[in-house]
Design a protein around this ligand. Structure first.
Ligand code: CP
Ligand code: NVA
Length: 305
């Protein structure tokens, strides 16, 4: 499947069929890699990666993915670029457009990836903004498809901060046709527009009660209480602990075969107990691995020869 020069800023750019097809191809690429088979469909292609924020998984999985498919990735911290001396996002986009085949950017303001997309003709992939993390969600729904493939329509429970990963998970649930229940303290709810758009396709429950969200769920997800963009020094944990910590009680309320997911990095003892994240229901290492395969499928659909 080819997506052409589509930008992937939230995932809402995809149809449910495109989303499913990317996931299926990601699963195929994973098994081919494990069987020692690699293709060089990105030979001669270059992706520029711009990081305004730190990253382990996004940086390494994208760079490795480009390499495995015969392409090349250039990694730039925003500090290394003329951006740090005041060159505009628009002029940066116009310039990169003349060299590269694709831009992947991890930014603070979501508007920044929108501007990169608006002022270049090549695909722009959001590698996390303050409001969305589409690549994480692609990998997460690949993981759900692998682990819960026979279950059909599922219930996903998000417990904790209604943040960027939560917003993207709501879009992913809508594309996959699964129900989602989000439990947050008051004032930490996900993006209103994202919720109301998803509610046209699926059941989206917003609650302050983690047990309501967790009951009979097939997937329990959480993330750190403090994202990179949250001000350092603000004490957010007091709004969440102890009620919004994923521990055994929450896992026990979920379906017996429920899986625990977390985009990582995690803080054991805050949003999740060590018992759960290091326990038998946790699929977080497969989830992290799947960033590689899901993004390879995305890059192939966007820029393959
Ligand atoms: N999950 C995720 O995006 O991890 P990094 O911040 O390490 O890229
Ligand atoms: N919500 C987190 C995700 C990190 C991968 C953040 O934005 O920092």
């Amino acid at each position: 499947m080819r997506l052409g020069t589509k930008d992937i800023l939230t995932l809402a750019e995809l149809t449910p069929e495109e989303f499913t097809s990317l996931i299926q191809n990601a699963i195929t690429l994973k098994s081919e890699l494990k069987a020692g088979k690699q293709s060089d469909v990105l030979k001669g292609k270059t992706m520029v990666m711009i990081f305004q924020k730190p990253s382990t998984r996004t940086r390494v999985s994208f760079e490795t993915g480009m390499y495995q498919m015969g392409g090349h990735a250039i990694n730039l911290s925003a500090n290394d670029m003329q951006l740090s001396r005041g060159e505009s996002i628009e002029d940066t986009a116009r310039t990169l457009d003349r060299y590269a085949d694709c831009i992947m950017a991890r930014v603070y303001e979501h508007k920044t990836v929108e501007m990169l997309a608006e002022h270049s003709t090549i695909p722009v992939i959001n590698g996390l903004s303050n409001t969305f993390h589409p690549c994480q969600t692609l990998a997460d729904f690949m993981t759900i498809a692998e682990k819960q493939s026979t279950a059909g329509r599922l219930k996903i429970a998000w417990i904790g901060d209604g943040n960027n990963v939560c917003n993207s998970t709501i879009i992913g649930a809508s594309l996959a046709g699964h129900a989602i229940a989000v439990a947050t303290p008051k004032g930490f709810e996900p993006d209103d527009t994202t919720v109301s758009r998803a509610q046209r396709n699926i059941d989206v429950t917003l609650t302050t009660d983690p047990m309501v969200a967790a009951t009979d769920a097939d997937v329990i997800m959480t993330d750190t209480y403090s994202s990179i963009h949250n001000n350092k020094g603000t004490k957010r944990t007091e709004f969440f602990l102890p009620r919004y910590q994923v521990g055994q009680e929450i896992m026990d309320a979920a379906d017996t075969d429920a899986i625990f997911m977390h985009c990582l990095p995690a803080k054991r003892g805050e949003e999740v107990t060590a018992q759960v994240i290091d326990g038998p229901s946790s699929v977080v290492w497969d989830e992290a691995e799947n960033r590689l395969h899901a993004q390879k499928a995305l890059l192939e659909a966007l820029i393959a020869r």
